[in-house]
Design a protein around this ligand. Structure first.
Ligand code: ADP
Ligand code: NI
Length: 217
């Protein structure tokens, strides 16, 4: 199968798999991460096929929507890529991206790194930032029926992976527990540059949010 055909088939597979996904983790999230990944990869000497397949398949079975099962995503991706006849070395690298991409509270040591993972992880993190990041965060909070904000519930920056996954805190806390930490954790120069821009936008947004909350404007 040609490279172009592999990508086309993968897009179809992802669209079908994510047909009922929450709005922040749907095909359009994957589409943005795929576009950002190819943009970041332009200035890196990475395997573009691994980057593209990793980006397209990174959220096909996100563990937080599958009872915490972290093996399902990589396994489904492997089965699919085997069915297309993709070579084993590529499949292994894609599996590693899916397994290790997640933030998980940020206090776990990441067990694996590759240039391709660095790129897709940056792209996924960028989609958590800026105007899109804000939209996704409130969408997820709504999906989980969380409060928008509660001045009595403070952000918790020292959560373990389990606590992070089980948190039911107000959506505004997620900005402090994850989103505002991301700009200092970017892997690539392009990722860092784009993250700084999106970070500033979120700071402006939060300042305005508190002003309105307190009736100051
Ligand atoms: P990770 O597993 O790497 O933290 P997620 O898939 O959980 O990545 O996060 C993707 C996006 O989903 C977040 O950037 C945010 O927009 C939204 N999200 C995830 N968890 C929460 C949460 N507890 N509150 C609000 N939004 C969340
Ligand atoms: Ni994602």
């Amino acid at each position: 199968m040609t490279r172009g055909r592999v990508i086309e088939q993968t897009i179809e597979f992802v669209k079908q798999t994510l047909a009922d996904a929450e709005g922040g983790h749907d095909w359009w999230h994957v589409f943005r991460v795929w576009q950002l990944s190819t943009r970041i990869a332009e200035t890196e000497k990475a395997s573009l096929l691994v980057v593209e397949l990793g980006a397209l398949l990174h959220d096909i079975a996100d563990s937080k929507f599958h009872d915490g099962n972290e093996e399902l995503g990589p396994r489904k991706a492997r089965e699919f890529l085997v069915s297309l006849g993709v070579e084993e070395a590529i499949i292994e690298q894609v599996e590693m991206i899916i397994t290790h991409i997640s933030f998980k509270g940020g206090n776990e040591t990441q067990q694996f790194r590759s240039l391709e993972l660095d790129i897709v992880q940056d792209a996924d993190r960028l989609d958590a930032l800026g105007a899109i990041g804000i939209a996704r965060t409130f969408n997820y909070g709504g999906f989980k029926n969380r409060e928008l904000y509660n001045p009595d519930i403070k952000a918790n920056l020292s959560m373990t992976k389990e606590e992070y996954k089980q948190s039911t805190a107000p959506t505004l806390n997620h900005f402090y527990e994850k989103l505002l930490l991301l700009k200092d954790r970017m892997n690539t120069p392009t990722g860092r540059m784009l993250a700084e821009q999106r970070h500033r936008f979120m700071e402006v947004y939060l300042a305005e949010f508190y002003k309105e909350w307190n009736g100051e404007c």
